[in-house]
Design a protein around this ligand. Structure first.
Ligand SMILES: Nc1ncnc2c1ncn2[C@@H]1O[C@H](COP(=O)(O)OP(=O)(O)OP(=O)(O)O)[C@@H](O)[C@H]1O
Length: 237
């Protein structure tokens, strides 16, 4: 099986109702690292992630992985900002992606147990997923995404509205996934989180990638004035 990377976007544009939401974007992502997508509200971070993942229809340009699109899709997962829970147990929710690809229920449930333990949800396996707290829901969403060992995991604000402790726990899971070889591409409003996790930063403003740099360089001294203003907490439009 060939590598998924590089991911190459060329002049990629997502337009809806005559308005450009993202683009044109030229971006090459390599196999290594954790990419943080940052920028003000409404800048286009979510749309950019959806575009790269292949679930936002392109209006122009291209987004290509190093393998055919169907195969690439199978090798990725996406954790949405507000994950959808099935009205079933935590165990069934985590096991579901494996059942979808034909793994027998018993085996899928055994793997779900392993993942519940890794994300710290083993105590909640029999509970309805609808009863979980925000932090628990995110852990479930991560276990459900990681159970198929995706090569790439997109995350849209995985810690939005979580407190410090839940954020730390989620970050530990993410670092574990990255160490195990999953490529992370995530949006975040939390600059502390971007500093802790990211090896590279894409700064998005008005649907364009204004700056794409190694995280250390970006946080030490962004090249673009808008990025600098954003990091200082100014309102950037
Ligand atoms: N399907 C759609 N049709 C029309 N406009 C949309 C659609 N989806 C998003 N938008 C608009 O596109 C812009 C970018 O939205 P997006 O959610 O990508 O930004 P964001 O940077 O993720 O924002 P936030 O930080 O607030 O989550 C916003 O102005 C939003 O209202």
């Amino acid at each position: 099986m060939s590598g998924l990377f590089p991911l190459i976007a060329k002049d990629a544009v997502v337009r809806r109702r005559g308005k450009v939401l993202v683009g044109p974007v030229d971006l090459t992502l390599q196999a290594e690292g954790v990419t943080a997508v940052i920028g003000p509200n409404g800048a286009g971070k979510t749309t950019l992630l959806r575009m790269l993942h292949g679930i936002a229809r392109l209006s122009a340009g291209s987004v290509r992985w190093n393998c055919p699109p169907d195969a690439a899709q199978q090798r990725q997962a996406f954790v949405f900002q507000t994950p959808v829970m099935m009205r079933r147990s935590v165990r069934d929710n985590i096991a579901y992606p494996l059942q979808l690809i034909g793994i027998p229920k018993k085996q899928a449930r055994a793997r779900a147990e392993e993942w519940a333990e890794r994300v710290g949800l083993q105590y909640a396996m029999a509970r309805s997923a609808l009863m979980l707290s925000g932090g628990e829901r995110q852990k479930l969403a991560l276990a459900r995404a990681l159970i198929r060992a995706p090569e790439v995991l997109f995350l849209d604000e995985p810690c939005a509205a979580l407190d410090g402790r839940a954020t730390r726990e989620i970050e530990e899971i993410l670092l574990g996934a990255a160490a195990a070889g999953t490529r992370l591409i995530m949006s975040t409003h939390n600059m502390g989180q971007a500093r802790r996790l990211a090896s590279e930063v894409a700064f998005v403003l008005n649907g364009r990638i204004h700056e794409f740099s190694a995280a250390g360089d970006f946080f030490d001294g962004p090249r673009r004035p808008q990025a600098d203003a954003f990091l200082r907490g100014d309102i950037v439009e």
